[in-house]
Design a protein around this ligand. Structure first.
Ligand SMILES: Nc1ncnc2c1ncn2[C@@H]1O[C@H](COP(=O)(O)OP(=O)(O)O)[C@@H](O)[C@H]1O
Ligand SMILES: O=P(O)(O)OC[C@H](O)CO
Length: 502
């Protein structure tokens, strides 16, 4: 009997949770399952995940989504993987066990190493070759840290016994029963050791960071067959893993931003704005990153990126740290009870500041408190901080690309918040477009996998994108200017904080 393969299955491994999502031919989500993952904070500024737990949640959500929707594995045409980027896993190729917890993209432990490299005058070289800045955010210095700090790791790595991977590689390795060690262009371009122009691991940078090349994965196109699931690990089926991309690049793909100049902003744990720059790797002069969006059909597409480390995570902090709200959705209710923030600014620089400031030592602060400040003002100011940070990034993006965006496509968990989206349009002075599918990260990975196995064509993807709501700017230019000036003043005062106090 011929099997009907009606679905694409996506594994979306994010900073806070792992999701499995099933898509049909119309690009519609027919089912999903999600599990949170533990956040480990061994020291201030340090963030880790347990890679074994990541795999366990991935296996768990796959089983759950199939069971919930009554889908047999034989009905799945292909699997796509999309992932939190930069997060670094090093494991033993024989035992399959990680040698250390995964070091998360937000982790600042390698700031001193980045400082040292900068002092040795290497910053420009890293920037030119990788498109990135020398910051603790990226994988390269995290790998070096593991090799330098886990007893015996360096010797094992040199002997070819250890493998490095971003989370996509780790999941691919597990799904294929330890037979495939690979990644895609978009993930490789976030490691600080991949030359985005020559499209290969950069031997010189590997030397600077003292990383043995034999531990690195093979880099492949984002849409293409990476390997087959091992029968024992996958309900007796050999399914192709046919698409991989870092979550922010997947979202750009899912938003159908296929033309140069098209951009999206994703509001998850952090906020990431990417603009398609076509086949040209544009060097930024304003603190943006140059990165690979994807490799599809033998062509590499580049993007400019603005990275904000703390966005939805600030709302989680209101919920879990300060216990001011019971759930993220309540932030809109409380913020809506006041007209404005009454002059309060929250700068959530909990993990330093990314684009355009790149200050590893900035730390969070609240300004403008008075006796009249209420919980509602505080919550509203926290929501506004997502929009202000986005304005900082869009300013840099428009300057570098010389394109004034007519509208910004948005997605991610926090765009469900209408108050935030309206303020975003107001403070940008640019329309904000929310699509029907805000799970664009997963849908992007599904499209990549589906393209590779002929499940979809590119025109299907463009036709599937539909706007659900547009938020138009309503604020006067004068008020916009005054509010933004206050934000810039607040940001300046958070900069360098940890360096001064440590
Ligand atoms: N209604 C809301 N208002 C503001 N923030 C929200 C809302 N809903 C979710 N969030 C925030 O969005 C984030 C979840 O978005 P998601 O795209 O799932 O993130 P990630 O992929 O980074 O885990 C959380 O940080 C949460 O605090
Ligand atoms: O897991 P997210 O959605 O917060 O995305 C994390 C980014 O990929 C980090 O670069």
């Amino acid at each position: 009997m011929v099997k009907e393969q009606n679905y694409i299955l996506v594994l979306d491994q994010g900073t806070t949770s792992t999701r499995a999502v099933l898509f049909d031919r119309q690009g519609k989500m027919v089912g999903w399952a999600q599990k949170e993952i533990s956040q480990i904070y061994p020291k201030p500024g340090w963030v880790e995940h347990n890679a074994v737990e990541i795999w366990a949640t991935a296996a768990g959500v796959i089983g759950e989504v199939l069971a919930r929707t009554g889908t047999r594995t034989g009905e799945v045409a292909a699997i796509g993987i999309t992932n939190q980027r930069e997060t670094t896993v090093v494991w033993n190729r024989r035992t399959g066990k990680p040698v250390h917890n995964a070091i998360v993209w937000q982790c600042r432990r390698t700031a001193p190493l980045c400082e040292e490299l900068k002092k040795s005058g290497m910053e420009q070289e890293f920037r030119q070759r990788t498109g990135l800045v020398l910051d603790a955010y990226f994988s390269g210095t995290k790998i070096a840290w593991i090799l330098d700090n886990v007893p015996g790791a360096r010797e094992e790595a040199e002997a070819g016994n250890l493998l490095f991977g971003t989370v996509d590689s780790w999941l691919l390795w597990k799904l294929t029963g330890g037979t495939v060690h690979a990644t895609d262009y978009s993930n490789a371009s976030r490691t600080l050791i991949y030359n985005i122009h020559q499209k290969q691991w950069d031997k010189k940078l590997l030397q600077y960071l003292n990383i043995p090349i034999q531990m690195l994965p093979e880099v492949k196109p984002s849409a293409g067959i990476f390997g087959l699931t091992q029968r024992e690990a996958f309900y007796g089926e050999e399914l192709p893993i046919a698409g991989i991309a870092g979550d922010q690049q997947a979202a750009l793909f899912g938003q159908a931003c296929f033309e140069p100049g098209m951009a999206k902003n994703t509001y998850g744990t952090g906020c990431f704005m990417l603009m398609n720059t076509g086949q040209e790797a544009v060097q930024s002069e304003s603190g943006l990153l140059t990165t690979i969006a994807w490799g599809v059909d033998g062509k590499i597409t580049y993007a400019l990126e603005g990275s904000i480390f703390i966005a939805g995570a600030a709302v989680q902090w209101l919920r879990d740290g300060l216990k001011l709200i019971d759930s993220a959705i309540d932030s809109e209710y409380f913020a809506g009870k006041v007209e404005d923030t009454d002059g309060v600014y929250v700068v959530p620089a909990f993990a330093g500041l990314g684009t355009p400031y790149w200050d590893m030592y900035a730390r969070g602060a609240v300004f403008g408190l008075t006796r009249g400040t209420t919980k509602e003002h505080f919550i509203r100011a926290t929501l506004h901080s997502l929009a202000y940070q986005t304005k900082d990034v869009l300013g840099a993006m428009e300057k570098d690309s010389r394109i004034n965006l007519k509208a910004l496509r948005v997605d991610g968990g926090a765009v469900a918040n209408n108050l935030l989206m309206q303020f975003q349009a107001d403070i940008l002075g640019t329309a904000v477009e929310r699509p029907e599918i805000i799970e664009t990260t997963s849908v992007g990975a599904a499209y990549l996998a589906g393209l590779a196995v002929g499940f979809w064509g590119q025109t299907d993807i463009v036709n599937n994108w539909r706007r659900e709501k547009i938020f138009k700017p309503q604020m006067t230019p004068e008020r916009r200017k005054n509010l933004y000036r206050g934000w810039q003043k607040a940001v300046r005062r958070t900069m360098g904080w940890a360096a001064e106090t440590e």
